[in-house]
Design a protein around this ligand. Structure first.
Ligand code: ADP
Length: 348
């Protein structure tokens, strides 16, 4: 196709690109955990103060891996309540449910024509999911990054607060944006993964393998709904060894993970003390884990209690969803007008 000619097209109303738009989502596939908090929600709470934010419960995404929808409603309610308990303010941000904004599915369809089977098959998360669930390798799973790109660019967002596990998907979203703009005219800014601490976060699992996750290895993940005893139990079981035998030894991954968790919830003094103990071969992992458990409880238990109260108020949560969907659809319908114009889909 004569792409050179088409790049010259100016789409009325598309430029300048909107600034300071933020978009992110979490799947309602289980209880939220420490990784969701530090990888995503912590940034949502800071960004809602100074940016135009769209945060969504990604219920359509969950259908790719969770075809049984009997727990979907309770999962959606839980994600809403736990985010709000962490500090997300539905008055400041548009907080909505993905399926309440059907424009998402329209944009997903168009982007699918710009996504290639070969590159989708190479996506790390796709390969992981194929390994985990060889019996359910559906086309939705393959095109998961395309739907995610549609979610983001539906609001013409530039910033996407996500954890490190999502870096490759963001790269793919930028590819689709560039292909769209090149083929049909400039409509979308390039979205970037965003974290206030510069580096994207990966909260490790407690068994020393991989990351904390909603759907896998429950005892190796700390959930925001875990009670105090369970938090203690999980942390005391975290993998350690007999301690270093030489000063300033490099930390094995599973020990580094415990320090990393401590960095997230303990004070600097506490962290410094255990770091010095490690470097001088005096570390007692039992004491370290006990301290970490108490700091973790101080962090998690107020969120757990608040979430339980919010979850009990279904009318409030329904209102949050309705108001959020209204705000999201307003933004989405403006973008889709630009998209249809750019693509030549407007016949009158
Ligand atoms: P999960 O992998 O637990 O199902 P989602 O896919 O719903 O979580 O991801 C929601 C958000 O939480 C994303 O921004 C993702 O990057 C972030 N996230 C999930 N797990 C972690 C982790 N262990 N460390 C950091 N961020 C994470």
């Amino acid at each position: 196709m004569p792409e050179q000619e088409q790049t010259q097209r100016v789409i009325p109303g598309a430029k300048p690109f909107p600034e300071n738009i933020v978009m992110s989502g979490i799947r309602p596939t289980g209880f939220l955990h420490l990784g969701n908090y530090f990888g995503a929600i912590r940034n949502y709470i800071r960004m809602q103060e100074n940016f135009t934010c769209y945060f969504m419960v990604a219920d359509l995404h969950s259908l790719t891996t969770h075809p049984d929808t009997s727990a979907l409603k309770s999962g959606v309610m839980r994600v809403l309540a736990e985010n709000i308990a962490c500090g997300l303010d539905p008055e400041k941000a548009a907080f909505y449910c993905q399926s309440h904004v059907p424009e998402t599915s329209e944009l997903y369809l168009y982007l699918n024509m710009l996504a290639y089977k070969g590159e989708l098959e190479k996506t790390v998360t796709f390969k992981d999911k194929v390994r985990q669930h060889p019996e359910n390798v559906n086309a939705g799973l393959l095109t998961y990054p395309v739907l995610q790109a549609a979610d983001i660019i539906l609001h013409r967002a530039s910033y996407v607060p996500v954890g490190k596990d999502q870096e490759q998907h963001l790269e793919m979203a930028r590819n689709y944006v560039n292909r769209f703009n090149h083929r049909y005219g400039d409509v979308f800014p390039e979205p970037q993964a965003f974290n206030f601490n510069e580096e994207l976060v990966k909260v490790p699992s407690l068994d020393g393998t991989g990351k904390m996750s909603k759907s896998e290895n429950n005892m190796a993940t700390l959930y925001l709904a875990d009670d105090d005893d369970l938090i203690r139990k999980k942390l005391m079981k975290a993998k350690t060894d007999n301690g270093p035998t030489t000063e300033f030894a490099e930390k094995p991954d599973y020990i580094e993970n415990i320090f990393q968790l401590m960095k997230l919830v303990s004070s600097e003094d506490v962290l410094k003390k255990f770091d010095e103990d490690y470097n001088s071969c005096r570390i007692r992992y039992g004491d370290m884990k006990k301290q970490l458990a108490e700091d973790m409880i101080r962090f998690i238990s107020p969120i757990r209690q608040k979430a339980a109260d919010i979850l009990a108020d279904e009318t409030y949560l329904k209102n949050v969803m309705m108001t959020g969907a209204e705000k999201a659809r307003e933004s989405a319908s403006k973008t889709m007008e630009l998209v249809r114009t750019a693509m030549g889909l407007k016949y009158f």
